[in-house]
Structures are given as C-alpha cells and as structure tokens.
Design a protein around this ligand. Structure first.
Ligand code: S3P
Length: 418
C-alpha cells in the first residue's frame, strides 16, 4: 500500500492455498456487547481483527467496561447490566453495527448517551430516537425503565433485530420481534449462549428481561471475509482453496449454495458447533462458472456478499442479476453505484437499477483505476475482479479494507499464482 493507500492488483493464473481467517465480525460485536453487561469474565478467542469491532470495544471501555486484548484473544470483565455514563460521545467510527446494537443496551441505561460516527456512518439512516432530520447520527439516547414491546420490523435488518432483543433484556416481561424475512440469527444465538431466556417460532423471537452470565468462546472465521477468497477460487478452473473453522451458520452460508449452483465444487468436513454457531472446514474447487439470480430472501441472506458476487459476474457464463437490494444503497457506500462505476471502469457492460444490477456474463475486463468509495467490501471485491482482468488494477483508498479485514491484501497475494 502506498502513502495514498492505493493498492495495485495484478492478474493471476490461478489461486491455491490453505487459510484460517479472523473471527466473524457480526458475532464478535455481539459477544463483546453481551459480555460487557454479563456477570463474570468472558474469554473470546479469534475475535475479529477489523476496525469495526475495535470501535465496539472502545465504546465499551468509555462505558466503564474493563477488557484486555492480546492479538485476537479478548478478555472482557463483565460490568453487569448497569453501565457507567460516558462524559464524551461514543465514537462508533465506521461501524453501523456498533451504533445500532449498542443503542439497544443504552436504551436500558438510566443516563443519556451520544453516539457519533465517521463521515460515512453519519450519512446512513437507521437511527431513531433523537437523531438529525432524516434519522442520521449523531444519536442521543436517554435510557431508563423499559416496557416490553411486540415489534413487527418493517425492514429486514439483523442489527435492528439484535438491538431490540438487547433492549428486551432490560424490560419487564416478554419482548417480541418479528421480521419480514429471516436475517442472520447471531443475536439470538449469542443471547441464548449468555443465558437469556429466548423462544423462536418462524420469523418471531421472544425474549424475557433478565441477567446474563459470561461465556468462553472461539469465534468462527468470518464467512463474509471468506467470500472474497471463495469467489477468487471460483474464477479459476482447477484452483483449490481450503478454509478451516469457517462460520457455517445456516443464516449466513447461502453463498455456498449459490456458488454450488453456479458450478463451483464445495465440500465441508470437520463440522462442529459452539454456542449455537456451526463451523467447518470448507474446500473449494474452481470449475464451471454459470450465472445466478439473487432476489427476495436470498438478497437479505447474501447482503454482504453481493459486492463480490457482482464483481465476478462479468466472468460468469450467464451473468448475475441482483434484485430487491435497495438496502445496498445505504451501506458503507452506495454499493450499487460503486459496483456499477468500478465495473464500467474495467470495461464491463451492465444495467444499474434502483434496487439492483443486471450484469451480463461472458465479458472480458481490463485493469483500470477503481475506487473503494471508502467501503471495505468494495475495495476487496475489486481486488478479486482484478485477478482475472487483463493488466493491472489500481484500487484507490484500498485501506478501507481494515474495517473488516486488515490482512486482506496480503492473504490474497499469498493465494495468487502468476
Ligand atoms: C449485520 C447485518 C447486516 C450486514 C452488516 C452486519 C449484523 O445489516 O449488512 O454488515 O451483524 O447483524 P442489516 O442490519 O441491514 O441486516
């Protein structure tokens, strides 16, 4: 990476290797937050190395929670349900997960908190309570005694679901949340692991107010980070990559089904479960690469993997169509616009729609100057697309990758054969 943090990615002839990846970002946030309000000391192995999860830990420290970190091992000394008021605003950095999910816990605290974020987070919607016009941060939350609610979520969001369930811990009685389509269930699994009383039926979750107790956990490898290597492998017939300890929670593993349906060879061994989270060793072989249509519930299930699927779409035989993905316009960047701009810069033809993209297959791309738009998943997606392009690709503001995966470019280089 040079001083302006751009990265050059050269085309590869193949990819091969064995990997273990940092812990899942979604699980790391949730375990850290619940550990903070639990009784006892929580020990976490393979905690996410991403800057977003560091934002969560930093906010917890400001709220009085003591923790130590030794590389990917994090020890959190539970403070119990009542945190201490922070005199300064809680800086969530680029992390929407920190802001949304911590709000659930702060709603149960008898003090006022202000949550702020970086320029990208400050543009994003989703904040309620006292927010700027349009629901954007900064966000002020005055917590207090909570009443249990029965909430039917209008928009599918796993973070909002978790935030309400976390707030439910502080309410008397039973809080009920139902979602329009099933989203990742790490909040439910984590709450159950920390001892909360939960019930599930279909798309409805119920939680009783109550106390948590500390856990010990080894966090599975992040499947949304693995997605970049899975898709890189898919680009080269005859390639083979093995990822061990990979998160295989059924609400997160839809990418594997999609890749299989596209002709990629995938086998899973050494399945294990801890605290309701499934993991295994995944072996991927590149072969045929047909197209796919991603719509409806699949779009919600693949929301973080769509950037890399779109980035490899031109190389597929039949193209990829993405529908019902309006949410992508309000992620760390407008991901639909960013994907369209970068793919076009590399010479691809495509159709950009309000809620998705239609990207024809059978295209050849050339190296180009592309931009991360300050978005980690866009930076990493185009490093993957660059492996099959003709000529070098320069990705500017590639340091955005640190948000979820600081070692990404080195790991990708270690797999690329030239
Ligand atoms: C996440 C849920 C998704 C995802 C985000 C992480 C989570 O967002 O895009 O990166 O940890 O629950 P939604 O809250 O919009 O589902």
């Amino acid at each position: 990476m040079d001083s302006s943090s751009s990265v050059i990615v050269r085309p590869a002839r193949n990819v091969a290797g064995k990997l273990t990846l940092p812990g899942d970002k979604s699980i790391s946030h949730r375990y850290a937050m619940l550990a903070a309000i639990a009784d006892g000391t929580t020990r976490l192995e393979n905690f996410s190395t991403g800057a977003d999860c560091a934002s969560t830990l930093a906010c917890l420290r400001v709220l009085g929670v003591k923790w130590e970190r030794d590389g990917s091992r994090v020890t959190i000394h539970g403070f119990g349900p009542r945190l201490s008021a922070s005199v300064s605003p809680l800086d969530c950095g680029n992390s929407g997960s920190t802001m949304r999910m911590l709000s659930g816990i702060l709603a149960g605290q008898e003090f006022t908190s202000e949550l702020i974020g970086d320029e990208s987070l400050s543009r994003r919607p989703g904040a309620r309570l006292e927010a700027r016009e349009g629901g954007q941060p900064p966000l002020r939350i005055t917590g207090g005694r909570l009443k249990a609610i029965d909430y039917k979520m209008p928009v599918a969001s796993a973070q909002v679901k978790s935030a309400i369930l976390f707030a439910g811990l502080f309410a008397n009685g039973e809080t009920i949340v139902s979602e329009p389509v099933r989203t990742r269930d790490h909040g439910e699994q984590a709450l159950a692991a920390f001892g909360a009383e939960m019930k599930h039926r279909g798309n409805e979750v119920r939680i009783e107010g109550g106390k948590l107790r500390a856990i010990e956990a080894d966090i599975p490898s992040d499947i949304s980070s693995a997605a970049f290597f899975l898709c890189a492998t898919a680009l080269f017939p005859g390639s083979q990559v093995v990822i061990s300890g990979l998160l295989l929670n059924p609400t997160r593993a839809r990418l594997l089904d999609i890749l299989i349906s596209m002709g990629v060879g995938i086998s899973v061994t050494q399945l294990e479960e801890q605290h309701g989270e499934l993991r295994g060793t995944v072996q991927v072989h590149g072969g045929a690469l047909n197209g796919a249509t991603i719509a409806g519930a699949d779009t919600a299930a693949l929301i973080d993997e769509i950037p890399v699927l779109a980035a490899i779409a031109p190389y597929t035989a039949n193209g990829i169509e993405i529908r019902d993905a309006r949410e992508l316009r309000v992620k760390e960047s407008d991901r639909i616009a960013a994907l369209a701009a970068n793919l076009r810069a590399m010479g691809a033809h495509l159709e950009e729609r309000e809620d998705g993209l239609k990207i024809p297959g059978g295209q050849k791309l050339h190296g180009a100057e592309v931009d991360s738009f300050g978005d980690h998943r866009i930076a990493m997606a185009f490093a993957v697309a660059a492996l099959r392009a003709e000529g070098e690709t320069k990705i500017s503001r590639a340091d955005a990758a640190v948000i979820s995966y600081p070692g990404f470019f080195d790991t990708l280089e270690s797999l690329a054969q030239r």
